[in-house]
Write a protein that binds this ligand. Structure first.
Ligand SMILES: [Zn+2]
Ligand SMILES: [Zn+2]
Length: 133
């Protein structure tokens, strides 16, 4: 079982499937949301995901005019898993401290808008914008 939690530990979850690779989004919205070079996420089938604690601590924000939403802990502000599409969730990779030993970055998206100081040093595939259709 793969487990993750937020910084204050109020919110916790588990994933019952093998994790696919990590996707890093370098877009300006994700950069502001994290204060970093983007966000590293894992996209999983929502059937394999379960909250184990603190669902009432989750709050979310949707950026007006953009197809973008973030979920986070209302106590500590850690980004939290959220809805990717009808059948999938995305999980911020940094929340997973147990079961992530073999994870690797496989994709970078919105590389054309990455920060000037952001140097990509892994072997993940790089896409200038969103995933190619
Ligand atoms: Zn928290
Ligand atoms: Zn992004």
């Amino acid at each position: 079982m793969i487990r993750g939690e937020c910084n204050c530990t109020a919110v916790a979850f588990e994933i019952s499937a093998e994790l696919p690779g990590v996707i890093i989004c370098h877009c300006s919205i994700c950069r502001r949301a994290t204060g970093s070079n983007g966000i590293a996420v894992i996209v999983i089938d929502k059937e394999t995901f379960r909250w184990t604690r603190g669902e009432d601590h989750i709050t979310s924000w949707e950026k007006p005019g953009a197809d973008w939403q973030t979920w986070f802990c209302r106590t500590c502000g850690s980004p939290l898993p959220g809805k990717n599409d009808a059948s999938r969730m995305f999980v911020p990779a940094g929340l997973i401290l147990h079961g992530a030993e073999n994870l690797k970055v496989v994709q970078h998206i919105w590389v054309d808008s990455k920060a000037a100081w952001d140097e990509i040093g892994d072997s993940g595939e790089q896409h200038p914008g969103a995933f190619p259709a």
